[in-house]
Design a protein. Structure first.
Length: 386
């Protein structure tokens, strides 16, 4: 049974609470559990009153949907009141609070996510989730189409959980419902779609799930003309499970396609920049000298340079990646104050001279130290004064 720090304090205040969702699934699957969510057959106001009476802080993080955050001295836990859907529109739901555990479980997406566990370790499984987990089945609770129409994000969640827990043939009813209702994903926010797609791509081996996205027509809605062959090749090569690297393999074309994808699905500025860098043409060669690698590292991080080699044609890039990883990123050792010490005032002339010295430093493999760079600057100044 899972026993994270702080759980004893929460259970002391709310003894009827059960662990729910991913924590129970991962506990049964033998996976590491980092976060635990709880459900209770109590109204949110009662939960808050109980927790405060026990000396715990409570934050009403999503109280309209029955969720509060209980803060113990060790950590925080989300606690949600049992509920049923009153109204859904494919994106969000209006709920009513209940005290029926099975009714609450019936509104969850998949059988493997609909289990709950009491403090004594008893697992409550109303829809065969334990058996499905053991068999590698990702199956909707009840009718697949009904669950999807409640929230179209469940289409992406199906592929995410299938990528991590599924094996063998996918559930036929789920696949048919997804193919029929796939256009519903167009009603979802870009942020929600990208969040789920990123999680799909982060799975240890998402090849089958991504191919299934293609077969159901979902992939075309997110990424038309995806390069599934290059994506499969990237994983066969044993590339690290970096979602943006895997996305770069899927993208047809180069940087312009990446920029459009980043704008359409609202990637963060950092994510968009990294994706654009990964989809820029690889300038390294298999016979690159150390000077070439240092010049590359001075301009861009090792992770980007190595990422491009995973996407590059041909084999034999392991040595280049190892050398990049072992190298310290060079830093140009000259600054404006160094040129001021030589008598040059700030302005365009100083900037131009700094660039000249930097070009000389790069041509030499980024190894000249500050003294050598100052000497180069002095020599250039003397040439200009003649």
């Amino acid at each position: 049974m899972i026993e994270l720090p702080g759980m004893a304090s929460l259970w002391a205040a709310l003894p009827e609470a059960r662990m729910v969702g991913g924590a129970v699934r991962d506990m049964l699957a033998g996976c590491a559990v980092a976060d635990v969510d709880f459900a209770v057959p109590l109204a949110p106001e009662t939960v808050m009153a109980r927790a405060r009476a026990a000396g715990l802080k409570v934050i009403p993080t999503g109280i309209e949907h029955g969720t509060v955050t209980v803060v113990t001295p060790e950590r925080s836990f989300e606690v949600t009141s049992l509920r049923r859907d009153v109204e859904t529109d494919g994106r969000r739901a209006v709920v009513a609070f209940v005290d029926d555990w099975k009714l609450d479980a019936s509104r969850r997406d998949f059988t493997i996510n609909a289990m709950s566990a009491a403090r004594d370790g008893t697992v409550f499984d109303y829809f065969g989730g334990r058996e499905d987990l053991a068999a590698g089945r990702v199956r909707f609770v009840g009718a697949a189409a009904a669950r999807i129409e409640e929230d179209y994000l469940r289409i992406f969640r199906f592929f995410r959980f299938f990528a991590r827990y599924g094996h063998g043939a996918p559930d036929a009813e789920a696949v048919a419902a997804i193919a029929k209702l796939r256009d519903g994903v167009n009603s979802l926010s870009a942020e929600r779609v990208w969040s789920e797609l990123k999680r799909i791509l982060a799975a240890p081996d998402p090849r089958v799930a991504v191919r299934l996205m293609g077969q159901t027509g979902v992939l075309d809605l997110v990424l038309p003309d995806a390069d599934l062959d290059r994506f499969a090749l990237l994983l066969r090569r044993g590339a690290p499970d970096i979602p943006l690297l895997r996305l770069a393999a899927l993208l047809p074309g180069e940087t312009t396609v990446a920029e459009k994808f980043a704008a359409r699905w609202r990637l963060s500025k950092a994510e968009a920049a990294e994706l654009a860098a990964l989809t820029t043409a690889n300038t390294l060669t298999l016979d690159a000298a150390d000077d070439d690698l240092r010049r590359g590292l001075e301009a861009e991080p090792a992770e980007v340079l190595a990422g491009r080699t995973w996407l590059a044609p041909g084999d034999g890039w392991q040595d280049i990646r190892a050398r990049l990883a072992a190298m310290k990123r060079p830093v140009f050792p000259l600054q404006g104050r160094d040129l001021q010490a030589l008598g040059l005032m700030p302005g365009p002339a100083m900037g131009a001279l700094l660039q000249q010295v930097r070009d000389w430093w790069r041509q030499g493999g980024c190894v000249a130290d500050a003294a050598a760079c100052r000497a180069c600057a002095q020599a250039l100044l003397e040439q200009q004064s003649r």
